[in-house]
Design a protein around this ligand. Structure first.
Ligand SMILES: [Zn+2]
Length: 424
């Protein structure tokens, strides 16, 4: 049993669950088991907490297309089911809601009117903010520029934050990115206003950044975290010190940068084929196949910088949180999280630390104190695996079962709903 807090795994573990909560955890021979307990024998299996991913974009991906036309309540709910299928029990969508669909689902889940263990628990930033680009879409999410609010001045930025706060978002998301010189981006005066206004409302602020100076700027302005690591030429000591001292976290967001780096064999992973049909995987393969050798070389070099960056953030003591950027391009809901975890370990992060960054730490960041690790008093949300992820992190994809609040999810039934909804 991997606890999720970074501690050494427990062999021959027993979990005692009552009313969905763990009331005892520990080693078999030591722990007393009530006579009337219903026993589930998981001999030979490995268990770990369900994954918490604080960076998704719900509702846009369908088949192989990432498009606003796909967005609907039904598609958001489909994604939430796909997450649970793969043992991802909590997700946070970052700034691309449409017509309040995400906020409505979140509110129904919190009110208990949408009480379905087959749906991941949704957090939402509602809509994010970016600078306007005259004559073109803004530098926010490329697939949803019209879902992003725009602001040019500090006063406008404060106004936008107040409009978003009126919907009670879980976080304020903003983009500082000129998209390789093609878009306008905020200067420090505007993003400082966004962060300050978010904090006045008691909300965290998360910045999408790619460049080193922007990263330093938002951290100096008090941002709570960055949605990406900095890209080429990578982080430096000043940024790492600023982040460690301010307590700002960094999202990994690696696997989305990796789709052209390690070939297309990952599209044949049996665990992916369980929820994404051959046609859709072939369409992604064709998209990847369009990259020229020069682009592949550039992506590969840039990815090596990200891998080195992860080690820098970890070594500097910055809080690192798994981030799938799921629901965009090849980031298939539920599967992307496992690929991200694998990317973190391949980059050199110890598996126990990577799992903590995928479970306990993001749960804490979201203020969820009743989950994220397999400890007494918390919800019994866990994955049952056919392989040990500490031997090979890709074993997190060998899922035997998923338990949510102590109950086994019917994955066979769930899977049938995905194959039915495809071919669109
Ligand atoms: Zn994102």
């Amino acid at each position: 049993m991997i606890v999720g807090d970074g501690s050494e795994p427990i062999d021959d573990a027993i979990l005692l669950v009552r009313d969905g909560l763990m009331i005892a955890t520990g080693r078999g021979p030591v722990l007393a088991i009530p006579d009337d307990a219903r026993r589930v024998d998981l001999s030979g299996k490995n268990i770990m907490p369900t994954i918490v991913n604080p960076h998704i974009h719900a509702g846009y991906l369908k088949g192989a297309s990432t498009d606003a036309a796909n967005f609907s309540r039904e598609n958001v709910l489909d994604h939430l089911r796909r997450f649970v299928y793969y043992g991802v029990s909590v997700v946070q969508s970052l700034g691309t809601d449409r017509d309040g669909v995400e906020i409505a689902i979140r509110d129904e889940q919190r009110a208990g009117t949408l009480d379905d263990p087959e749906l991941a628990l949704l957090f939402s930033a509602s809509n994010g903010i970016a600078a306007p680009t005259p004559g073109g879409g803004n530098g926010g999410a490329f697939f949803a520029p019209e879902a992003i609010l725009e602001a040019s001045t500090p006063d406008e930025a404060r106004q936008r934050v107040r409009e978003i706060v009126a919907k009670n978002p879980d976080v304020i998301k903003f983009w500082v990115d000129d998209r390789n010189g093609t878009k306008q981006k905020f200067g420090p005066d505007v993003y400082t206003a966004i962060i300050d206004e978010a904090h006045r409302a008691g909300k965290k602020a998360i910045a999408h950044i790619y460049e080193l100076e922007d990263a330093k700027g938002v951290v100096r302005a008090g941002v709570d975290g960055t949605a990406h690591m900095v890209r080429s030429p990578g982080a430096d000591d000043e940024l790492l010190t600023l982040m460690r001292e301010s307590g700002a976290f960094v999202f990994t967001s690696m696997s989305i940068q990796k789709m052209m780096v390690d070939g297309d064999g990952w599209l044949d992973d049996p665990a992916l084929a369980e929820t994404v049909d051959a046609e859709s995987r072939q369409a992604i393969r064709a998209m990847l196949g369009q990259a020229t050798p020069e682009i592949v070389t550039m992506m590969t070099n840039n990815y090596a910088i990200l891998e080195a960056g992860l080690r820098q953030y970890v070594d500097a003591g910055v809080t690192v949180l798994l981030s799938g950027d799921t629901g965009v391009l090849s980031q298939f809901p539920g599967f992307a999280e496992h690929r991200e975890l694998e990317s973190m370990v391949q980059a050199g992060m110890p598996a126990l630390a990577a799992i903590k960054s995928a479970t306990l730490l993001p749960a804490q960041m979201l203020g969820l104190h009743d989950r994220g690790s397999l400890e007494i008093g918390k919800r019994a949300d866990f994955l049952v695996l056919d392989g040990n992820p500490l031997d090979d992190i890709s074993n997190t994809r060998k899922i035997a079962d998923v338990y949510v609040a102590g109950s086994k999810i019917d994955r066979t039934k769930l899977k049938a709903t995905f194959t039915k909804e495809q071919h669109v």
